[in-house]
Write a protein that binds this ligand. Structure first.
Ligand SMILES: Cc1cc2nc3c(=O)[nH]c(=O)nc-3n(C[C@H](O)[C@H](O)[C@H](O)COP(=O)(O)OP(=O)(O)OC[C@H]3O[C@@H](n4cnc5c(N)ncnc54)[C@H](O)[C@@H]3O)c2cc1C
Length: 414
């Protein structure tokens, strides 16, 4: 095996966390080599752009930070050092104008990720970053070199510092499969098992509902679970329920389904109409109309919403206007399972912050970690990418500090 590369810094993983780290380090004048197992960079980033690349969120910073739950205290300084405004300015520097959606979510006007990624790769190449594709990291050899499988055979790399940005374990066909967990575990770095996050849930729909309404959107509903409510859209999938409003509650729902086997989600199908005015609407004379037409006209319920009402309350819906209004405002749907990692937008679990000093591995000085491989989770809304960028920048800045304190010395583990 030949010792091929000795860059100042090896960045392993060519997603947003790794690429921003490579950008910061190369801009500081270090030689940087990125190693990515897939034939192209940023596959999950491109996938994220398929439904509109939600880069970050424009809400108040305190509210923003709180979205990271238990990980908020540890992520806060990194998010303060690379804020949503910094991310927007960065995207602007790559020629990507931004707009803020009505929900406060921030998108590039191009919506897709591809123009941004193209400009970004050109910038990295312009800064001299070596982009090594089809290079799958396989761990460390006994001498402490990083080892890679490449189409040209195995390679060894001995950098002065390493940034690991290997992603989580969802949608593994895009490149991130969590295979690194045992390698870091073997170095004494605790890795919390991966669990799906921002994911759909199984519902035992009746055959009639499934056949008729699979793929139908539930627009502007309010979902409640254990005192928390999320407003937005959901989707009735053949297997159950998915979509942004579901994902916002998915951590608590997943934990409850895991602990108790099921969780009951309450759906308010008309969250903009309080109970009393809805009751008044349903008190008007129905004439000879069927209940479905009546519900469509009086409460503006769509066919899928009427179907869902029957799934929740049974075919014989209440007749009294106040009881019917109450049923529309609180339709209980029992979730009986969580979709797997393969279908999850992100994951919970990963490398524990306790294994780190800042973002440097305690067990392997000179190795820094960034992005979704760290143990934090957040809902959709731009929080995922913002934390990947912020941790990528923080890992790079910490590596810079450490390297400037040890000029010319390799700090990689051996
Ligand atoms: C369908 C979908 C939609 C999404 N939409 C959004 C959105 O709109 N907004 C948002 O904020 N987030 C969104 N996300 C999440 C977001 O894309 C991820 O959180 C983000 O890409 C994670 O960045 P990362 O750099 O940490 O990891 P990744 O993007 O997963 O990159 C890690 C890279 O490491 C490489 N790698 C892994 N193991 C090895 C190895 N052994 N050797 C070499 N390379 C390796 C992988 O191939 C991968 O390219 C979405 C995700 C999905 C799946």
């Amino acid at each position: 095996m030949t010792l091929v590369v000795t860059p100042d810094v090896a960045v392993v993983g060519g997603g947003p966390a790794g690429l921003i780290a490579a950008e910061v380090l190369s801009a500081a004048g270090l030689s940087v080599a990125v190693f990515e197992r897939m034939p192209t960079l940023g596959r999950k980033f491109l996938m994220a752009g398929r439904g509109g690349l939600n880069l970050t969120h424009s809400e108040d910073f305190e509210r923003f930070v709180a979205r990271y739950g238990d990980a908020a205290p540890v992520l806060r300084p990194m998010l303060e050092a690379f804020t949503p405004a910094d991310l927007v300015a960065w995207a602007g520097g790559l020629g990507q104008a931004i707009f803020v959606g009505s929900s406060g979510r921030v998108f590039p006007t191009a919506l897709k990720a591809s123009p941004l990624l193209r400009a970004w790769i050109a910038r990295l190449e312009g800064q001299g970053v070596a982009l090594n594709l089809r290079s799958a990291w396989t761990g460390w050899n006994p001498a402490g070199d990083l080892t890679f499988d490449t189409p040209d055979g195995p390679r060894r790399v001995r950098p002065r510092a390493t940034i690991l940005a290997l992603g989580g374990a969802s949608w593994s066909r895009l490149g991130s499969d969590g295979a690194w967990a045992p390698w870091l575990g073997a170095r004494g770095a605790a890795v919390t098992p991966f669990r799906p996050a921002n994911v759909g849930f199984t519902v035992g729909w009746t055959e009639v509902f499934r056949e008729r309404f699979s793929g139908s959107p539930l627009k502007n509903v309010a979902l409640s679970f254990e005192g928390r409510t999320s407003r937005g859209d959901a989707l009735a999938a053949g297997y159950g329920l998915e979509g942004g409003a579901v994902y916002a509650l998915s951590a608590a729902l997943r934990d409850a389904v895991e602990a108790r086997g099921s969780a009951t989600l309450e759906i308010d199908l008309r969250p903009d109409i309080p109970l009393a005015p809805l009751t008044a609407r349903l008190s008007r004379p129905r004439g000879g109309q069927s209940l479905s037409s009546w519900l469509r006209k009086a409460a503006h319920l769509s066919p899928v919403e009427i179907g869902l009402l029957r799934e929740a309350h049974g075919l014989a819906l209440p007749v009294a206007p106040d009881a019917l209004a109450a049923a529309i405002k609180a339709a209980p749907i029992v979730l009986t399972g969580t979709q797997g990692l393969e279908r999850a937008i992100s994951c919970a679990g990963g490398l524990s912050f306790e294994a780190l000093d800042g973002l440097e591995l305690k067990a392997a000085p000179g190795v820094f970690v960034a992005g979704e491989m760290l143990d934090w989770e957040a809902p959709t809304g731009g929080y995922l990418l913002q934390a990947c960028f912020a941790t990528g920048v923080a890992a790079a800045r910490q590596a810079l500090t450490v390297l400037s304190a040890h000029p010319g010395e390799s700090r990689d583990p051996s």
